[in-house]
Ligand binder design. Structure first.
Ligand code: MRU
Length: 377
């Protein structure tokens, strides 16, 4: 971020060339453009039919992008929120007190967008510490310091993905068929991906991997996003509907499962996209290893167990309608209600290993997780 002028109000849908990804990875979910105070994001709701980058210059636009899931995935929404605070700071010229007050308003706006993925609160807490440290400085210095912190959050996430990818790849057999659920890839992170980072690292280590991507109702992140990014990356990927998982496992067509996470509780329970728990139960029944990959920013040691993780309830329309590009079709009769809990919790007992940038917890228990925790200062 430099001294550029903020772009005035943006029309949604304005096309923008994709910025140079920070990591050299395939896609980055959000990127602060150098020399200008705006953030560019790929509108993930439109994939795979439409690849549209949007430019945001105001924190309100970033908050809206997170809650409407233009940007989604636990690490990605944390990174996006951090950049959102940089944009907010760019509009505050006043005193220390005025700055702190306005930043708190922006923080609150971002914090309430999505409740389950702890990475959002983690990133905002980290930015808040920088805000407190630099509040007394000149406006441009504040923006520069916050920009540096947001970029650090972004680049550290990419490094974490690569580190956990290398650990997880060691447990992926050459020639394996790997099932994944939802999208835990470059789109959902700063780049490279968590679960898909493991798959990428296995591929980069010379292993032949075939991926089955469960479609992930209701928003179809598996069919739309995971299939899209792996296919672009030259990794063999095929989509199955969520309801096919049991039959594929029973027929011996799945060797292992790897998913991402939105929050890992202190006892090792894992919240991830709705449907993950069912896949884990099926994997247990069929003796198939079930692994999770997540950065330490997803681990919430203050949260005792999965029962304490807030589960986001999203609108009924995501279930009653199917979106294709920019149009949507109603698939339910008028007058029938739909349920839409966006996440479920997989008990730690069903998980063989959790890969993080700090190491592997296997079997995943409170004890193996605690061993990876940074020691208190
Ligand atoms: O509702 P979403 O699409 O944000 O949910 C995403 C997931 O559940 C991912 O699996 C999780 O965030 C891990 S992303 C590396």
């Amino acid at each position: 971020i430099g001294g550029g002028t903020p772009i005035p109000t943006l029309k949604t849908g304005r096309a923008h060339p994709h910025p140079e990804p920070l990591s050299g990875s395939l896609f980055s979910a959000a990127e602060l453009m150098p020399g200008d105070r705006h953030v560019v994001m790929l509108d993930q709701r439109l994939l795979p039919r439409i690849e549209r980058y949007e430019i945001f210059s105001r924190v309100e636009q970033v908050a809206d992008a997170i809650s409407t899931m233009k940007v989604r995935g636990a690490p990605a929404i944390g990174i996006a929120a951090a950049y959102g605070l940089v944009l907010a700071a760019g509009f505050i010229e006043g005193s220390r007190e005025r700055f702190l007050e306005s930043m708190q308003t922006a923080d609150k706006l971002l914090r309430r967008t999505r409740p389950t993925a702890v990475n959002l609160a983690w990133a905002l807490d980290r930015m808040a510490r920088t805000v407190a440290r630099i509040a007394g400085e000149a406006p441009i210095q504040r923006v520069l310091a916050l920009g540096a912190e947001a970029r650090a959050i972004h680049s550290e996430d990419v490094a974490a993905c690569r580190a956990m990818g290398a650990l997880g790849a060691a447990n992926v057999r050459d020639g394996a068929t790997v099932l994944t659920h939802c999208n835990a890839g470059a789109l959902a992170t700063g780049g490279y991906g968590t679960a898909l980072g493991v798959i990428r690292a296995a591929r980069d280590a010379g292993k032949k991997i075939r991926v089955l991507s469960a479609e992930t109702r209701p928003l179809l992140q598996g069919a739309r996003l995971t299939a899209w990014e792996l296919h672009k990356d030259g990794i063999q990927v095929e989509t199955i509907t969520d309801s096919m998982v049991a039959s594929f496992m029973a027929r011996g067509l799945i060797d292992q499962v790897i998913v991402g996470a939105d929050r890992v509780a202190r006892n090792g329970d894992v919240a991830n996209k709705i449907g993950t728990y069912g896949v884990a139960c099926l994997a247990q029944l069929h003796g198939i290893p079930f692994d999770v990959a997540a950065p330490w920013s997803t681990v919430d040691l203050a949260c005792p167990s999965g029962a304490d993780i807030p589960i986001e309830q999203r609108g009924e329309r995501e279930v009653s309608h199917v979106s294709i590009g920019e149009s949507e079709v109603q698939i339910m009769p008028d007058g029938v209600r739909a349920h839409n809990p966006s996440f479920d919790v997989t008990p730690f007992r069903l998980i063989r290993a959790l890969y993080t940038e700090r190491g592997t917890a296997s079997p995943l228990t409170a004890e193996t997780l605690a061993r990876l925790a940074p020691s208190l200062p």
